[in-house]
Design a protein around this ligand. Structure first.
Ligand SMILES: [Fe+2]
Length: 340
């Protein structure tokens, strides 16, 4: 073991303590050949140190969807696991799965089956110092739960910005949820690092104006010039602007997907340690972009899949905006991009 391995193990032990990994629990470390082997080793060692019964499953690479496998966050799973009931049964039999695959399984139906069996899943793929800087804490549970409760008890979310965003979002029956960066309850999934609230609105209408400095994921790139999006009943019906608008239009056209222009999850970031410039400071293969997605006070919205509307889609963009004011019924949650 080298020094970086020892360093990593310290981080993973702290994270697994938050996840309440305990003596006698069955922990499976799931990876693929191109996963970070130092993470596999650290997860393995940390689980063992906390007294868990640990095993590692390395499944062959290969995605069920025709998208680049570049830590996008689309989460379609590995074809080799989707095809293998023996592996699925092993994952269902575990108390906890550490998912170190490159894309994860968050949008693969098999993940719901594994969670339903009582297994909890932690997904990890960002660079070591992203994990360290954004180490979650117990107190985050209360913050994300309060935000989700607020959405649940409210009817409308209004999002405005100086750049011209003016969006009204229907929150009724929007299935609010959250990510808190660790998973300490059976049957739950979480992502280290993350601290955010999300919901799945049935409908939204108005205008979204992306402006310089906003971040397009999974491209992991900053918007350079304004993109004006006309949203009608939860769907992007108009795109205008300069070269960035053209690129977005091309993405939607190329995806050849009926739900590509439909809006997906929405919410705001609560991760105070997140760094907006992380997107500029790492190579694209080193991060999934959780600093952008969970940045405290951002407005995060997305396109493509919507499980509660039956939209089955892999054309999934996450778009993180600065400078937005978010009003949930009468409660201001962000003001000009800062948490209230
Ligand atoms: Fe997303």
């Amino acid at each position: 073991m080298d020094l970086t391995g020892v360093d990593l193990m310290r981080l993973f032990v702290r994270e697994f303590e938050l996840c309440k990994v305990s003596p006698g629990e069955h922990v499976i470390v799931l990876s693929e050949p191109s996963s970070r082997t130092d993470y596999v080793a650290a997860a393995w060692g940390a689980a063992q140190q906390l007294g868990a019964r640990v095993a590692s499953i390395v499944a062959p690479s290969g995605s069920p969807i025709p998208e680049p496998v570049t830590h996008t966050g689309s989460g379609p799973g590995l074809q080799s696991v989707l095809d293998n009931h023996v592996v699925q049964d092993a994952l269902k039999g575990a108390d906890m799965v550490i998912d170190l695959t490159r894309e994860g399984f968050v949008h693969a139906p098999v993940q719901s089956e594994i969670l339903s069996a009582g297994t909890r899943i932690l997904f990890v793929c960002d660079a070591p110092d992203v994990l360290a800087r954004n180490m979650p804490s117990e107190a985050d549970t209360e913050r994300v739960e309060a935000a989700a409760e607020l959405i649940k008890a409210s009817r409308v979310m209004k999002v405005t910005s100086e750049a011209g965003t003016d969006l009204a979002v229907d929150l009724v029956d929007s299935h609010p949820g959250f990510q808190k960066g660790f998973v300490d309850r059976p049957g739950k999934w979480d992502h280290w690092p993350s601290t955010m609230v999300v919901c799945w609105p049935m409908s939204s209408s108005g205008t979204i104006v992306l402006t310089a400095g906003d971040i397009l994921l999974p491209f992991k790139e900053y918007v350079q010039n304004d993109i004006v999006l006309d949203v009608v009943d939860g769907r992007i019906e108009g795109i205008s602007g300069g070269p960035d608008a053209t690129r977005l239009q091309q993405f939607f056209d190329d995806s050849d997907d009926p739900w590509a222009r439909s809006l997906s999850h929405m919410g705001w970031g609560l991760m105070r340690t997140a760094n907006w410039f992380a997107t500029a400071m790492y190579s694209k293969h080193e991060i999934m972009g959780m600093d952008a997605r969970a940045f405290a006070g951002n407005f995060l919205w997305s396109t493509g899949p919507h499980p509660f509307l039956g939209h089955d889609s892999f054309a999934h963009l996450d778009i993180a905006m600065r400078g937005c004011s978010i009003l949930v019924d009468d409660t201001a949650v962000t003001k000009d991009g800062k948490l209230v």
